[in-house]
Design a binder for this molecule. Structure first.
Ligand code: 13P
Length: 251
């Protein structure tokens, strides 16, 4: 399976800034990307088209969206359908990101509906899970991950092609804080996610990618990427500057 280096730009960048960053990244990475690695940019909706344009023809680059609404079309003001994302050139979407869960109030149930609907509509999905600091301190890490994974994958067909479904473990306390999880924390959480995937999907659970996210930077990326059951990284802050993100991708 290819290692995935995903740049979640969150609510950053105008169309011009997005085009510039994506082009700069291609320039920095092209020809140097190690075999078995792929790069995904997840810009805000408004910058999908310029990023798709900037990456056109560059092998190993993908575009994803940060959110989707689980309906084909209709009276859902402010929402965007899977078909619209595919039309804009995105091939993946994030579901269950910590900011959607904890800032926007998305429930496990909605995350599960979005995940299944996204896949059914032809998108690949990166399902994010992760515990809050209080939950970790209360010894609830595995219970939280199990609840989020079971709900997130509730309606996902067991024969989903492994390349189209990615899990991302992002401990909430490590997102945007500079406090990266220790190798021991990452190994423990990823082993548990892998165990859950095997329980849900059987043998193909070993073929799904599990990304780590939370304060990934150029100086910690290579150590994280080398850990067991870490099949890539999901990067927020350090993905905004092409030069910084290129050092993660090439680490
Ligand atoms: P940071 O890399 O800024 O901690 O954000 C992680 C994240 O939320 C990626 O989805």
């Amino acid at each position: 399976m290819n290692k995935l280096f995903a740049a979640n730009w969150k609510m950053h960048k105008t169309t011009a800034e997005a085009r510039q960053s994506a082009s700069e990244l291609v320039g920095l990475v092209s020809g140097k990307l190690k075999a078995g690695r792929e790069v995904m940019i997840l810009p805000p909706f408004t910058a999908l088209a310029p990023v798709v344009e900037a990456l056109r023809g560059s092998a190993g680059f993908l575009v994803g969206a940060q959110n989707v609404y689980p309906q084909k079309q209709g009276a859902f003001t402010g929402e965007v359908s899977p078909g619209m994302l595919l039309d804009a050139g995105a091939s993946f979407v994030l579901t269950g990101h910590s900011e959607r869960r904890h800032v926007l109030g998305e429930t496990d149930d909605l995350v599960g509906t979005k995940t299944a609907f996204g896949l059914e509509s032809g998108l690949g999905v990166i399902l994010c899970v992760g515990e809050k600091l209080g939950e970790r301190k209360a010894g609830e890490l595995k219970a939280v991950l199990e609840r989020q994974i079971r709900a997130g994958l509730r309606d996902v067909p067991k024969d989903t092609p492994p390349a189209r479904l990615v899990l991302a473990y992002e401990p909430v306390w490590a997102i945007g804080t500079g406090e990266v999880a220790s190798p021991k924390d990452i190994l423990e959480a990823h082993a548990f996610v892998r165990h859950m995937l095997a329980e849900i999907f059987g043998p193909s659970g070993s073929e799904l990618r599990i990304l780590y996210g939370g304060s990934v930077k150029p100086d910690n990326a290579s150590e994280i990427i080398a850990l067991d059951n870490v099949d890539g990284v999901l990067v927020g802050g350090a993905s905004l500057k092409a030069d910084e993100f290129s050092r993660i991708v090439l680490a």
